[in-house]
Write a protein that binds this ligand. Sequence first.
Ligand code: NDP
Ligand code: HSE
Length: 430
Amino acid sequence: MKNEINIGLLGFGVVGSGVAKILENHQEDLRHKLGVPVEIKKVLVKDQHKKRDTALSSDIFTTDLNEILEDPSIDLIVEVIGGTCEAKEAIESSLRAGKGVVTANKDVMAEYGPGLLQLADDNKCDLFYEASVGGGIPLIRTLEDGLASDRISALTGIVNGTTNFILTKMKHDKMSYEDALAEATELGFAEADPSADVDGIDAARKMVILASLAFSTEVLLEDVFVRGLKEIRDGDLELAEQFGYTVKLAGSAKKNSDGIEVAVEPVLFPNSHPLASVNNEFNAVYVYGDAVGETMFYGPGAGSLPTATSVTGDIVAACRNLLMGVNGKRPHAPQYERKVKSDETKLARYFHRIRVRDEIGVLTKLTAIYSSQGASLATVIQHSDKTETDADLIFITHQISRKQHLNIVAELNQTPEVIGLLSHYRVEGE
Ligand code: NDP
Ligand code: HSE
């Protein structure tokens, strides 16, 4: 029986320094819960000479991963360096060295998760990744344990803190996109390359992780339909507000007998929808199960201590397994074969903002296009505070397929009076 557990911490940035703080500040509670002390024995960083605000001795900081892997007293590795190549190699080497791994790395888990989980099993090690989705919200464990007996049919929610922070600041504080992104970066929410956040890739990776677990099937990044914040045009947030909607970058995953569909895109939520009031870096995810019905999980989706809480929760779980000698005993293989639903059959309500020449008969011509494609319209409004010659028409459809939507877009683009389809959104929740 071990009388202490030693950790090799890879990375001491936003998340890594938070993990060190929690292990230090809550050490008595953790010792009580585990029965043994948990200590950080070594820390891997890129720059050993960087000034760091920590109670840890500078002697334990190193730039040599092998120093950590070859230390037999280190039981568990916590990977929070981020990125793909070096992080993946570090996780693989740790597992091969017989050391369990806790990671917050969605890039690695979304792309290489199944192989790494298998490697962990082969080496009788744990590989836990709670912090890879939803920051401080215990979502992975909820899907793996709490809802283990249920069949999950859908997930929908906000899974990226940075974009939610940006959209909140733009809407409520009238901040510019650039200033809001700079503040999210300053607060430690954004990825090292924030294009992963704003282009929807970070959220797509998280949806891959969630959908694979929820539906017990393989889901690849290429299966996710992704649109990022670039799709949002000037004036869209205000326009949405006038119609009683809030724009959110949302992830959704559904499963039925035709297969699974997974998407990340800016979506309009009615202001009465709970997701419309999830603000700043907070995340929230609805999980729909056949037996449980609708459940919702809400909390901080990014940031040092919230994310470190999830990492530390994984550390506790891995330590318990280590103390009981039962590491690497979770079945990971998916139950179902990968089956992805065709994009074209996906049903949704659409919001179209179309800039047209403000001429007699344009509205009739455009509504005829929707009718010819079998699309029924819920709302048609001319929004004419533009120039004297142009106007914006807003069309909100009833449910149509993506193929119908694309056909309408193609026809609109060939209509001489149409200057352009400025933006289009899926409309959720009614
Ligand atoms: P940071 O950029 O703040 O920190 C990265 C740390 O890793 C730094 O200490 C850096 O060293 C070290 N590092 C980077 N590359 C190497 C390398 N090649 N070799 C050795 N050390 C290296 O990142 P975060 O803490 O924000 O993110 C870490 C991980 O957690 C990422 O996978 C991220 O996606 C994930 N995550 C982050 C969240 C957040 O809110 N920030 C939330 C959820 C997950 P040095 O200090 O010397 O520069
Ligand atoms: N950049 C990520 C986000 C960090 O903003 O959601 C949390 O995964």
